[in-house]
Design a binder for this molecule. Structure first.
Ligand code: FAD
Length: 430
Protein backbone atom coordinates (compact mmCIF):
# COMPACT_ATOMS: atom_id res chain seq x y z
CA UNK A 1 0.00 0.00 0.00
CA UNK A 2 2.79 2.39 -0.81
CA UNK A 3 0.77 4.64 -3.07
CA UNK A 4 -2.40 5.35 -1.20
CA UNK A 5 -4.34 7.90 -3.21
CA UNK A 6 -6.25 10.83 -1.79
CA UNK A 7 -9.59 8.99 -1.89
CA UNK A 8 -8.04 6.26 0.26
CA UNK A 9 -6.52 8.85 2.51
CA UNK A 10 -9.94 10.33 3.13
CA UNK A 11 -11.35 6.86 3.75
CA UNK A 12 -8.58 6.06 6.20
CA UNK A 13 -8.97 9.35 7.96
CA UNK A 14 -12.68 8.87 8.37
CA UNK A 15 -12.31 5.21 9.33
CA UNK A 16 -9.98 6.15 12.13
CA UNK A 17 -12.49 8.90 12.99
CA UNK A 18 -9.43 11.04 12.83
CA UNK A 19 -11.59 14.01 12.53
CA UNK A 20 -8.72 16.36 11.78
CA UNK A 21 -9.95 15.59 8.27
CA UNK A 22 -12.80 18.05 8.74
CA UNK A 23 -11.52 20.93 6.64
CA UNK A 24 -8.20 19.24 5.78
CA UNK A 25 -6.61 21.88 3.57
CA UNK A 26 -7.75 20.87 0.11
CA UNK A 27 -4.72 18.70 -0.54
CA UNK A 28 -3.09 21.51 -2.48
CA UNK A 29 0.27 20.66 -3.96
CA UNK A 30 1.71 24.02 -3.02
CA UNK A 31 4.28 23.40 -0.35
CA UNK A 32 6.92 22.65 -3.01
CA UNK A 33 10.42 22.66 -1.61
CA UNK A 34 9.11 23.13 1.93
CA UNK A 35 10.75 20.99 4.57
CA UNK A 36 9.22 19.36 7.63
CA UNK A 37 11.47 17.57 10.11
CA UNK A 38 9.81 15.22 12.59
CA UNK A 39 11.55 14.22 15.81
CA UNK A 40 10.46 10.80 17.11
CA UNK A 41 8.94 8.05 14.99
CA UNK A 42 6.53 6.62 17.53
CA UNK A 43 2.77 6.84 17.21
CA UNK A 44 2.52 10.64 16.94
CA UNK A 45 5.57 11.28 14.77
CA UNK A 46 5.03 8.41 12.32
CA UNK A 47 1.37 9.35 11.81
CA UNK A 48 2.24 13.00 11.16
CA UNK A 49 4.95 12.04 8.66
CA UNK A 50 2.66 9.78 6.66
CA UNK A 51 -0.32 12.15 6.63
CA UNK A 52 1.70 15.19 5.55
CA UNK A 53 3.10 13.21 2.63
CA UNK A 54 -0.38 11.97 1.66
CA UNK A 55 -1.83 15.47 1.84
CA UNK A 56 0.92 17.28 -0.06
CA UNK A 57 3.60 15.14 -1.67
CA UNK A 58 5.60 18.23 -2.63
CA UNK A 59 6.59 18.71 1.02
CA UNK A 60 9.88 17.03 1.98
CA UNK A 61 9.38 15.11 5.19
CA UNK A 62 12.31 13.80 7.23
CA UNK A 63 11.54 11.58 10.23
CA UNK A 64 14.36 11.17 12.75
CA UNK A 65 13.90 8.19 15.05
CA UNK A 66 16.47 6.65 17.38
CA UNK A 67 15.29 3.03 17.01
CA UNK A 68 15.39 0.80 13.93
CA UNK A 69 12.12 -0.82 15.04
CA UNK A 70 9.23 0.41 17.11
CA UNK A 71 7.39 -1.78 19.63
CA UNK A 72 3.89 -0.61 20.50
CA UNK A 73 3.09 -0.27 24.17
CA UNK A 74 -0.47 -1.16 23.31
CA UNK A 75 -0.97 -4.92 23.52
CA UNK A 76 2.37 -5.22 25.36
CA UNK A 77 0.36 -6.31 28.42
CA UNK A 78 -0.82 -9.26 26.31
CA UNK A 79 2.85 -10.12 25.69
CA UNK A 80 3.39 -10.10 29.47
CA UNK A 81 0.41 -12.46 29.79
CA UNK A 82 1.88 -14.81 27.21
CA UNK A 83 -1.10 -14.79 24.82
CA UNK A 84 0.68 -12.59 22.24
CA UNK A 85 4.13 -12.86 20.64
CA UNK A 86 6.61 -10.02 21.00
CA UNK A 87 7.06 -10.00 17.21
CA UNK A 88 3.39 -8.99 16.75
CA UNK A 89 3.98 -5.61 18.43
CA UNK A 90 7.12 -4.81 16.40
CA UNK A 91 6.89 -2.42 13.42
CA UNK A 92 9.49 -1.20 10.93
CA UNK A 93 9.71 1.98 8.89
CA UNK A 94 9.50 0.53 5.36
CA UNK A 95 5.86 1.63 5.05
CA UNK A 96 6.75 5.26 5.76
CA UNK A 97 9.71 5.16 3.38
CA UNK A 98 7.29 3.94 0.70
CA UNK A 99 5.21 7.09 1.31
CA UNK A 100 8.29 9.12 0.44
CA UNK A 101 9.26 9.91 4.03
CA UNK A 102 13.02 10.26 4.46
CA UNK A 103 13.58 8.03 7.51
CA UNK A 104 16.80 8.72 9.43
CA UNK A 105 17.87 6.61 12.40
CA UNK A 106 19.73 8.93 14.75
CA UNK A 107 19.32 10.60 18.15
CA UNK A 108 18.24 14.25 18.09
CA UNK A 109 20.30 16.37 20.47
CA UNK A 110 19.04 19.85 19.68
CA UNK A 111 16.39 21.91 17.92
CA UNK A 112 17.41 25.44 16.98
CA UNK A 113 14.17 27.31 16.35
CA UNK A 114 15.96 30.50 15.32
CA UNK A 115 18.04 29.01 12.54
CA UNK A 116 15.38 26.30 12.00
CA UNK A 117 17.69 23.32 12.30
CA UNK A 118 17.51 19.95 13.98
CA UNK A 119 20.85 18.63 15.21
CA UNK A 120 21.66 14.95 15.75
CA UNK A 121 24.18 12.93 17.75
CA UNK A 122 25.43 11.58 14.41
CA UNK A 123 26.69 15.12 13.64
CA UNK A 124 24.05 16.03 11.06
CA UNK A 125 21.92 19.16 10.71
CA UNK A 126 18.45 19.10 9.15
CA UNK A 127 16.92 22.40 8.03
CA UNK A 128 13.17 22.85 8.43
CA UNK A 129 10.33 25.22 7.70
CA UNK A 130 8.29 23.48 10.38
CA UNK A 131 9.36 20.89 12.92
CA UNK A 132 7.07 18.39 14.69
CA UNK A 133 8.27 16.84 17.94
CA UNK A 134 6.73 13.64 19.33
CA UNK A 135 9.34 12.22 21.73
CA UNK A 136 6.96 10.48 24.13
CA UNK A 137 7.88 10.32 27.80
CA UNK A 138 10.84 10.16 30.12
CA UNK A 139 10.90 9.16 33.77
CA UNK A 140 11.37 11.31 36.86
CA UNK A 141 13.98 8.92 38.26
CA UNK A 142 14.60 11.20 41.22
CA UNK A 143 11.16 10.49 42.68
CA UNK A 144 11.98 6.95 43.93
CA UNK A 145 15.29 6.58 45.79
CA UNK A 146 17.34 3.65 44.52
CA UNK A 147 15.49 3.39 41.22
CA UNK A 148 17.13 4.70 38.03
CA UNK A 149 17.81 3.79 34.41
CA UNK A 150 20.57 1.31 35.39
CA UNK A 151 18.42 -0.44 38.00
CA UNK A 152 15.62 -0.65 35.41
CA UNK A 153 17.87 -3.09 33.51
CA UNK A 154 17.07 -5.66 36.21
CA UNK A 155 13.87 -4.26 37.74
CA UNK A 156 11.84 -3.29 34.67
CA UNK A 157 9.32 -0.52 34.30
CA UNK A 158 8.14 -1.96 30.95
CA UNK A 159 6.52 1.44 30.26
CA UNK A 160 8.41 1.73 26.97
CA UNK A 161 7.84 -1.48 25.05
CA UNK A 162 10.55 -3.73 23.63
CA UNK A 163 13.42 -5.18 25.69
CA UNK A 164 11.74 -3.99 28.91
CA UNK A 165 8.62 -5.97 28.03
CA UNK A 166 10.68 -9.06 27.24
CA UNK A 167 12.55 -8.76 30.55
CA UNK A 168 9.40 -8.51 32.66
CA UNK A 169 7.81 -11.44 30.79
CA UNK A 170 10.92 -13.55 31.41
CA UNK A 171 10.86 -12.76 35.10
CA UNK A 172 7.17 -13.68 35.36
CA UNK A 173 7.85 -16.97 33.59
CA UNK A 174 10.79 -17.80 35.87
CA UNK A 175 8.95 -16.96 39.07
CA UNK A 176 8.07 -19.83 41.41
CA UNK A 177 4.44 -20.69 42.11
CA UNK A 178 3.61 -18.89 45.35
CA UNK A 179 5.75 -15.87 44.44
CA UNK A 180 4.79 -12.22 44.89
CA UNK A 181 4.59 -9.75 42.02
CA UNK A 182 4.71 -6.13 43.16
CA UNK A 183 3.47 -3.55 40.63
CA UNK A 184 3.86 0.16 41.39
CA UNK A 185 1.81 2.43 39.08
CA UNK A 186 2.84 6.10 38.73
CA UNK A 187 1.18 9.29 39.95
CA UNK A 188 -0.87 11.41 37.48
CA UNK A 189 -0.35 12.51 34.76
CA UNK A 190 1.15 9.56 32.94
CA UNK A 191 1.09 7.62 29.67
CA UNK A 192 -2.00 5.40 29.35
CA UNK A 193 -4.10 5.91 32.51
CA UNK A 194 -5.75 2.43 32.40
CA UNK A 195 -2.50 0.65 31.39
CA UNK A 196 -1.20 -0.38 34.85
CA UNK A 197 -4.57 -1.88 35.77
CA UNK A 198 -4.87 -3.83 32.53
CA UNK A 199 -1.38 -5.10 33.35
CA UNK A 200 -2.51 -6.19 36.83
CA UNK A 201 -5.51 -7.99 35.28
CA UNK A 202 -3.56 -9.86 32.61
CA UNK A 203 -0.70 -10.86 34.91
CA UNK A 204 -3.34 -12.10 37.39
CA UNK A 205 -4.88 -14.25 34.65
CA UNK A 206 -1.46 -15.68 33.76
CA UNK A 207 -0.74 -16.50 37.43
CA UNK A 208 -4.21 -17.95 38.00
CA UNK A 209 -3.59 -20.43 35.19
CA UNK A 210 0.10 -21.19 35.72
CA UNK A 211 1.11 -20.24 39.31
CA UNK A 212 -2.14 -20.12 41.26
CA UNK A 213 -0.54 -19.78 44.69
CA UNK A 214 1.03 -16.46 43.67
CA UNK A 215 -0.07 -12.95 44.59
CA UNK A 216 0.02 -9.44 43.10
CA UNK A 217 0.47 -6.43 45.36
CA UNK A 218 -0.30 -3.09 43.71
CA UNK A 219 1.42 -0.17 45.43
CA UNK A 220 -0.36 2.91 44.12
CA UNK A 221 0.25 6.55 45.07
CA UNK A 222 -3.31 7.38 43.92
CA UNK A 223 -6.67 6.80 45.61
CA UNK A 224 -8.53 6.08 42.36
CA UNK A 225 -7.72 5.23 38.77
CA UNK A 226 -9.19 5.09 35.26
CA UNK A 227 -12.20 2.74 34.85
CA UNK A 228 -11.95 2.08 38.61
CA UNK A 229 -15.38 0.47 39.01
CA UNK A 230 -15.01 -1.75 35.95
CA UNK A 231 -11.50 -2.94 36.86
CA UNK A 232 -12.28 -3.69 40.50
CA UNK A 233 -15.52 -5.49 39.52
CA UNK A 234 -13.52 -7.65 37.09
CA UNK A 235 -10.87 -8.35 39.74
CA UNK A 236 -13.67 -9.52 42.08
CA UNK A 237 -15.17 -11.72 39.40
CA UNK A 238 -11.98 -13.38 38.17
CA UNK A 239 -9.33 -13.00 40.85
CA UNK A 240 -11.23 -12.98 44.18
CA UNK A 241 -10.54 -9.29 44.83
CA UNK A 242 -11.92 -8.19 48.20
CA UNK A 243 -11.88 -11.74 49.68
CA UNK A 244 -9.27 -13.38 51.94
CA UNK A 245 -8.15 -15.42 48.94
CA UNK A 246 -7.72 -12.51 46.57
CA UNK A 247 -4.88 -12.84 44.12
CA UNK A 248 -4.69 -9.00 44.00
CA UNK A 249 -4.13 -6.57 46.87
CA UNK A 250 -4.45 -2.93 45.84
CA UNK A 251 -2.93 -0.54 48.36
CA UNK A 252 -3.90 3.08 47.61
CA UNK A 253 -1.95 6.25 48.44
CA UNK A 254 -4.00 7.04 51.56
CA UNK A 255 -3.39 3.43 52.71
CA UNK A 256 0.38 3.86 52.35
CA UNK A 257 0.77 2.68 48.76
CA UNK A 258 3.25 5.31 47.57
CA UNK A 259 6.68 3.76 46.89
CA UNK A 260 9.44 5.90 48.42
CA UNK A 261 12.50 3.77 47.66
CA UNK A 262 13.65 0.52 46.08
CA UNK A 263 16.36 -1.86 47.27
CA UNK A 264 17.38 -3.53 44.04
CA UNK A 265 19.56 -6.20 45.71
CA UNK A 266 16.64 -7.65 47.71
CA UNK A 267 13.87 -6.60 45.29
CA UNK A 268 12.17 -4.68 48.08
CA UNK A 269 9.90 -1.68 47.64
CA UNK A 270 9.64 0.63 50.64
CA UNK A 271 6.20 2.23 50.62
CA UNK A 272 4.97 4.98 52.95
CA UNK A 273 4.04 2.62 55.77
CA UNK A 274 5.46 -0.84 55.05
CA UNK A 275 8.10 -2.51 52.90
CA UNK A 276 7.26 -5.24 50.40
CA UNK A 277 9.69 -7.91 49.22
CA UNK A 278 8.93 -9.08 45.70
CA UNK A 279 9.88 -12.02 43.53
CA UNK A 280 9.09 -9.84 40.53
CA UNK A 281 9.14 -6.08 40.97
CA UNK A 282 7.65 -3.73 38.35
CA UNK A 283 8.18 -0.06 39.15
CA UNK A 284 6.51 2.48 36.83
CA UNK A 285 7.99 5.86 37.82
CA UNK A 286 6.44 9.32 37.57
CA UNK A 287 6.72 10.80 34.07
CA UNK A 288 7.58 13.95 32.12
CA UNK A 289 8.06 14.87 28.46
CA UNK A 290 10.90 13.16 26.53
CA UNK A 291 14.40 14.61 27.03
CA UNK A 292 14.62 16.55 23.76
CA UNK A 293 11.58 18.60 24.81
CA UNK A 294 13.60 19.80 27.82
CA UNK A 295 16.81 20.33 25.85
CA UNK A 296 15.01 22.35 23.17
CA UNK A 297 13.14 24.56 25.67
CA UNK A 298 9.68 23.23 24.82
CA UNK A 299 8.49 22.37 28.36
CA UNK A 300 7.00 24.63 31.01
CA UNK A 301 7.27 24.20 34.78
CA UNK A 302 4.92 21.18 34.64
CA UNK A 303 7.52 19.17 32.69
CA UNK A 304 5.17 18.94 29.67
CA UNK A 305 4.87 21.09 26.52
CA UNK A 306 2.25 23.84 26.22
CA UNK A 307 0.83 24.05 22.68
CA UNK A 308 -1.83 25.84 20.67
CA UNK A 309 -4.60 23.26 20.34
CA UNK A 310 -5.60 24.23 16.81
CA UNK A 311 -2.15 23.59 15.32
CA UNK A 312 -0.12 21.98 18.14
CA UNK A 313 2.46 24.72 17.59
CA UNK A 314 4.56 25.24 20.70
CA UNK A 315 3.65 28.24 22.84
CA UNK A 316 7.39 28.58 23.52
CA UNK A 317 9.10 28.06 20.15
CA UNK A 318 7.70 29.32 16.82
CA UNK A 319 7.47 26.86 13.90
CA UNK A 320 7.94 23.90 16.24
CA UNK A 321 4.92 21.72 17.02
CA UNK A 322 4.61 19.16 19.81
CA UNK A 323 2.16 16.23 19.74
CA UNK A 324 1.49 13.02 21.65
CA UNK A 325 2.34 12.24 25.27
CA UNK A 326 4.82 15.14 25.57
CA UNK A 327 2.18 17.79 24.79
CA UNK A 328 -0.32 19.32 27.18
CA UNK A 329 -3.60 18.38 25.51
CA UNK A 330 -5.91 17.97 28.46
CA UNK A 331 -8.73 16.84 28.63
CA UNK A 332 -7.34 14.26 26.15
CA UNK A 333 -5.43 11.48 27.93
CA UNK A 334 -1.85 10.55 27.09
CA UNK A 335 -2.68 7.65 24.78
CA UNK A 336 -1.63 6.25 21.43
CA UNK A 337 -5.02 6.92 19.91
CA UNK A 338 -4.84 10.53 21.17
CA UNK A 339 -1.31 10.89 19.72
CA UNK A 340 -2.57 9.54 16.37
CA UNK A 341 -5.52 11.95 16.36
CA UNK A 342 -3.37 14.93 17.38
CA UNK A 343 -0.84 14.02 14.66
CA UNK A 344 -3.57 14.29 12.01
CA UNK A 345 -4.75 17.64 13.35
CA UNK A 346 -1.14 18.86 13.39
CA UNK A 347 -0.40 17.47 9.90
CA UNK A 348 -3.45 19.27 8.49
CA UNK A 349 -2.38 22.52 10.17
CA UNK A 350 1.23 22.24 8.97
CA UNK A 351 0.16 21.53 5.39
CA UNK A 352 -2.21 24.51 5.50
CA UNK A 353 0.39 26.86 6.98
CA UNK A 354 3.05 25.81 4.47
CA UNK A 355 0.49 26.53 1.75
CA UNK A 356 -0.19 29.95 3.27
CA UNK A 357 -3.68 29.04 4.36
CA UNK A 358 -5.40 29.12 7.70
CA UNK A 359 -5.23 25.97 9.79
CA UNK A 360 -8.55 24.10 9.65
CA UNK A 361 -11.03 23.78 12.51
CA UNK A 362 -10.00 20.52 14.22
CA UNK A 363 -11.70 17.85 16.22
CA UNK A 364 -10.08 14.90 17.98
CA UNK A 365 -10.93 11.42 19.20
CA UNK A 366 -9.78 8.83 21.71
CA UNK A 367 -10.77 5.32 22.79
CA UNK A 368 -8.83 3.27 25.32
CA UNK A 369 -9.58 -0.45 25.43
CA UNK A 370 -8.46 -2.67 28.30
CA UNK A 371 -8.60 -6.44 28.48
CA UNK A 372 -9.44 -7.64 31.99
CA UNK A 373 -9.40 -11.38 31.21
CA UNK A 374 -9.36 -13.39 27.98
CA UNK A 375 -12.75 -12.82 26.34
CA UNK A 376 -13.53 -9.78 28.45
CA UNK A 377 -12.81 -6.19 27.34
CA UNK A 378 -13.83 -2.74 28.57
CA UNK A 379 -13.39 0.71 27.04
CA UNK A 380 -13.65 4.44 27.52
CA UNK A 381 -14.23 6.71 24.50
CA UNK A 382 -14.60 10.42 23.79
CA UNK A 383 -14.80 12.86 20.87
CA UNK A 384 -13.38 16.34 21.42
CA UNK A 385 -13.86 19.69 19.67
CA UNK A 386 -11.82 22.86 19.40
CA UNK A 387 -13.68 25.67 21.14
CA UNK A 388 -12.74 28.82 23.05
CA UNK A 389 -9.09 28.31 22.20
CA UNK A 390 -8.81 24.81 23.60
CA UNK A 391 -9.81 21.15 23.46
CA UNK A 392 -13.24 20.38 24.91
CA UNK A 393 -15.21 17.18 25.32
CA UNK A 394 -18.23 16.89 23.02
CA UNK A 395 -21.21 16.31 25.32
CA UNK A 396 -22.76 12.88 24.95
CA UNK A 397 -20.16 11.70 22.44
CA UNK A 398 -18.35 9.07 24.45
CA UNK A 399 -18.69 6.92 27.48
CA UNK A 400 -17.62 3.92 29.43
CA UNK A 401 -18.58 0.26 29.02
CA UNK A 402 -21.80 -0.16 31.04
CA UNK A 403 -21.24 -1.92 34.38
CA UNK A 404 -24.12 -4.33 33.65
CA UNK A 405 -23.14 -5.13 30.05
CA UNK A 406 -23.60 -8.74 28.90
CA UNK A 407 -20.70 -11.15 28.39
CA UNK A 408 -21.49 -11.02 24.68
CA UNK A 409 -20.85 -7.25 24.73
CA UNK A 410 -17.68 -7.71 26.78
CA UNK A 411 -16.37 -10.33 24.32
CA UNK A 412 -17.15 -7.90 21.50
CA UNK A 413 -15.16 -5.18 23.30
CA UNK A 414 -12.17 -7.51 23.36
CA UNK A 415 -12.61 -8.17 19.62
CA UNK A 416 -12.83 -4.39 19.03
CA UNK A 417 -9.61 -3.93 21.03
CA UNK A 418 -7.80 -6.36 18.75
CA UNK A 419 -9.23 -4.89 15.56
CA UNK A 420 -8.37 -1.37 16.81
CA UNK A 421 -4.77 -2.56 17.25
CA UNK A 422 -4.64 -3.88 13.67
CA UNK A 423 -6.22 -0.71 12.26
CA UNK A 424 -4.16 1.83 14.12
CA UNK A 425 -0.82 0.13 13.51
CA UNK A 426 -1.65 0.01 9.80
CA UNK A 427 -2.76 3.65 9.92
CA UNK A 428 0.55 4.67 11.55
CA UNK A 429 3.13 2.43 9.87
CA UNK A 430 1.37 0.94 6.81
C1 FAD B 1 1.46 -0.80 28.87
C2 FAD B 1 0.90 0.26 27.99
C3 FAD B 1 -0.29 0.04 27.32
C4 FAD B 1 -0.82 1.02 26.48
N1 FAD B 1 -2.00 0.76 25.85
C5 FAD B 1 -2.56 1.73 25.08
C6 FAD B 1 -3.81 1.48 24.45
O1 FAD B 1 -4.41 0.41 24.60
N2 FAD B 1 -4.33 2.46 23.67
C7 FAD B 1 -3.69 3.65 23.48
O2 FAD B 1 -4.20 4.49 22.76
N3 FAD B 1 -2.49 3.91 24.07
C8 FAD B 1 -1.93 2.98 24.87
N4 FAD B 1 -0.71 3.24 25.47
C9 FAD B 1 -0.09 4.59 25.34
C10 FAD B 1 0.70 4.79 24.05
O3 FAD B 1 1.67 3.80 23.88
C11 FAD B 1 1.39 6.16 24.07
O4 FAD B 1 0.47 7.13 24.50
C12 FAD B 1 1.89 6.53 22.67
O5 FAD B 1 2.95 5.65 22.31
C13 FAD B 1 2.35 7.99 22.62
O6 FAD B 1 2.89 8.29 21.35
P1 FAD B 1 4.08 9.35 21.22
O7 FAD B 1 4.32 9.55 19.78
O8 FAD B 1 3.81 10.51 22.09
O9 FAD B 1 5.34 8.60 21.91
P2 FAD B 1 6.04 7.23 21.49
O10 FAD B 1 5.10 6.33 20.79
O11 FAD B 1 6.71 6.73 22.71
O12 FAD B 1 7.15 7.66 20.45
C14 FAD B 1 8.27 8.43 20.81
C15 FAD B 1 9.42 8.05 19.86
O13 FAD B 1 10.35 9.09 19.87
C16 FAD B 1 11.65 8.53 19.81
N5 FAD B 1 12.55 9.55 20.39
C17 FAD B 1 12.43 10.17 21.59
N6 FAD B 1 13.41 11.08 21.73
C18 FAD B 1 14.15 11.04 20.59
C19 FAD B 1 15.31 11.76 20.16
N7 FAD B 1 15.88 12.70 20.90
N8 FAD B 1 15.83 11.45 18.94
C20 FAD B 1 15.25 10.50 18.16
N9 FAD B 1 14.16 9.80 18.53
C21 FAD B 1 13.61 10.07 19.73
C22 FAD B 1 11.54 7.26 20.65
O14 FAD B 1 12.56 6.34 20.29
C23 FAD B 1 10.13 6.78 20.29
O15 FAD B 1 10.14 5.86 19.22
C24 FAD B 1 -0.14 2.25 26.30
C25 FAD B 1 1.06 2.48 26.98
C26 FAD B 1 1.58 1.50 27.82
C27 FAD B 1 2.88 1.76 28.52
Amino acid sequence: MSNIKRRDFLKLTCAAAAIGAVGFPGFAIGGAGKKVVIVGGGIGGATAAKYIRMADSSIEVTLIEAGRDYHTCFMSNEVLHGRRAMESIRFGYEGLAAHGVNVVHDWVTGIDAKSRKVITAGGKNFAFDRCIVSPGIDFKWETIAGYNADVAETIPHAWKAGPQTALLRKQLESMRDGGTVVIAPPPNPFRCPPGPYERVSLIADYLKNHKPKSKIIVLDPKDKFSKFGLFTAAWKKYYGYGTDNSMIDWISGPQGGKVESVDAATRTAQATVESFKADVLNIIPAQKAGKIAFDAGLVDESGWCPVDHQTFESKQLPNVHVIGDASIASPMPKSGYAANSQAKVCAAAVVALLNEREAPQPSYVNTCYSIVAPGDGISVAMVYKYAEGGIQKVDGSGGLTAADSSMETRAREEAYAHSWFNNITYDVFG
